[in-house]
Design a protein. Structure first.
Length: 362
């Protein structure tokens, strides 16, 4: 064998011997990895019975839910169609009440003997203008829509529905409805047929209960139920301000139902409980504005359900009138926030009262 070939084999052997430790290290690393894989495999194998139990539970639950769904689906199919759309009358009633909140009804206005419809409508509108001019409601006359209700009857005057610009105009007009001096002409709120029917039912219940000997009751048409009349009635005529807490109102109770003649009303209904909430009445001849619509940001931090502040302006001074309601379950943190906020907000001449549910104060 030539010497050159022998030298080649020698060099290859030396190179292989130098690489042997690295190869050995790689083999050891592979052995460790295989050992770890075997260990993980054994652990996973031990968990299989648990997984099988979970899968079994899920299958049973799925079967149970499927059976319930099928039973419910069967009941729905068996129900008559009218039960499925039972909410339609409610939705319609809510829409009707929303629309009627901008309306008033005027009774006792003489009918126009005019065959031309346009001329008759123009004259009817003119008569309504004359009626509303006697009411201090500041209605925008240009936007009135006037309609006679019902069929013509020569022996009976039909009421006139007047559609105003917004709910506020309707509320203001109803507050001053007694300003009309003309005999036989009067104004009422525009109620839906459902409201009228329900009020009649309440009045009948009232008469039945009075006939049964129950006393000191009347219909307060606020929550749509008969409420016990308080013996300590507020004498409105002698009071400049009336402050109320726990007013038991919600967004379904419109301002017109709780309006007091001669007063402006301000309210904040409770967010979490119906019995929360605050209301203030201020004589209408006094300039007053609710703080939540004021430009001074520091007033706006007062919690709506706990404080209602009215900015009252007299000729010589300005008064911040605050009504506070502190629920029994108020947390110490909320107490601190309420106190700090009141201190920051009430920087002008102020009067504050309310229901603090605290023995040392109220």
């Amino acid at each position: 064998m030539p010497a050159r070939v022998l030298m080649f084999f020698r060099d290859q052997c030396k190179s292989s011997m130098r690489a042997f430790p690295e190869k050995k290290e790689n083999i050891e690393s592979l052995k460790n990895e295989v050992t770890e894989i075997h260990k993980n495999l054994r652990e996973s194998t031990n968990k299989v019975p648990g997984y099988a139990y979970v899968v079994k539970e899920l299958k049973q639950e799925t079967t149970f839910l499927k059976q319930n769904f099928q039973a419910l689906e069967k009941k729905v199919k068996e129900k008559p169609n009218h039960d499925v759309v039972e909410f339609e009358p409610t939705i319609h009633e809510l829409k009707e009440r929303e629309n009627s909140s901008m309306n008033i009804l005027v009774f006792g206005v003489q009918e126009i003997s005019e065959s031309n419809r346009v001329k008759r409508s123009t004259r009817e509108t003119g008569n309504i203008h004359k009626v509303l001019e006697k009411v201090k409601s500041y209605v925008i006359m240009d936007d009135l829509k006037v309609f006679r209700l019902g069929k013509y009857n020569p022996e009976k005057l039909r009421p006139i529905r007047v559609i105003l610009l917004n709910e506020e105009e309707a509320l203001n007009t109803l507050r001053h409805k007694n300003d009309i001096p003309e005999d036989g002409v009067y104004i009422k709120s525009d109620q839906t047929q459902s409201q009228i029917k329900y009020l009649k039912e309440l009045l009948k219940e009232l008469e039945d209960r009075k006939s049964a000997g129950e006393e000191d009751i009347k219909v307060n048409y606020i929550h749509g139920k008969i409420v016990k009349e308080s013996k300590a009635d507020v004498k409105q005529t002698d009071l400049t301000f009336i402050l109320l807490t726990e007013i038991w109102l919600n967004n379904q109770t419109t301002d017109v139902l709780i309006a007091l003649e001669g007063y402006r009303s301000f309210r904040r209904d409770g967010k979490n409980r119906e019995e929360d909430g605050i209301m203030e009445y201020v004589k209408e001849n006094i300039h007053s504005i609710a703080i939540h619509s004021h430009q001074e940001e520091k007033y706006k931090t007062l919690d709506p359900a706990e404080a209602l502040c009215i900015d009252v302006t007299f000729k010589k001074f300005r008064l911040l009138l605050g009504c506070i309601y502190r629920p029994n379950n108020t947390s110490p943190q909320r107490n601190s926030v309420l106190v700090r906020t009141i201190e920051e907000a009430f920087t002008t001449t102020r009067k504050m009262c309310g229901d603090f549910n605290y023995e040392e104060i109220s």
